[in-house]
Design a protein around this ligand. Sequence first.
Ligand code: MN
Length: 172
Amino acid sequence: MAFELPPLPYDYAALEPTIDEATMKVHHDKHHQTYVTNLNGAVEKHPELGKKTPEELLADLASIPEDVRATVRNNGGGHVNHTMFWQIMKPKGGGEPSGEIATQISKDFGSFADFKKRVVATTAKQFGSGWGVLVFQGGKLEIATKPNKDWPLSDGLPPTLANDVWAHAYDL
Ligand code: MN
């Protein structure tokens, strides 16, 4: 297989009580696995796609053969965004950032508390399934939302932070 499901970097129950074990199991083992399986299905039809990283595929969707472009966009997107999502969370994580990112947040949002309010207000407005993302553009941090499994990398912007706002991320 060209692409593989990365193991969750902590136990399924490690993020409780914020995210419960059952949600993490379904989200990682079922949803993320499905994106990987579907992406591999596209590679079976076009083996040359398997020589690229999923990030490279998303960064140049126009080069993907038309018959699998939507599959790569949705399932390559699902693979890349969930891989990042598992890595940016951790048991007993959270708290205020320090260093350059803290300075940039203060500069662009006033304070960390204001930044948090803006993240919640912006991502809560995403209608239907999608992702809340933090991107760095033109020397400035911006909070945005992307529908479905679209990823800012397809607009040339690697996200700094991303939050899954699909119902499957929290509904259990
Ligand atoms: Mn998800």
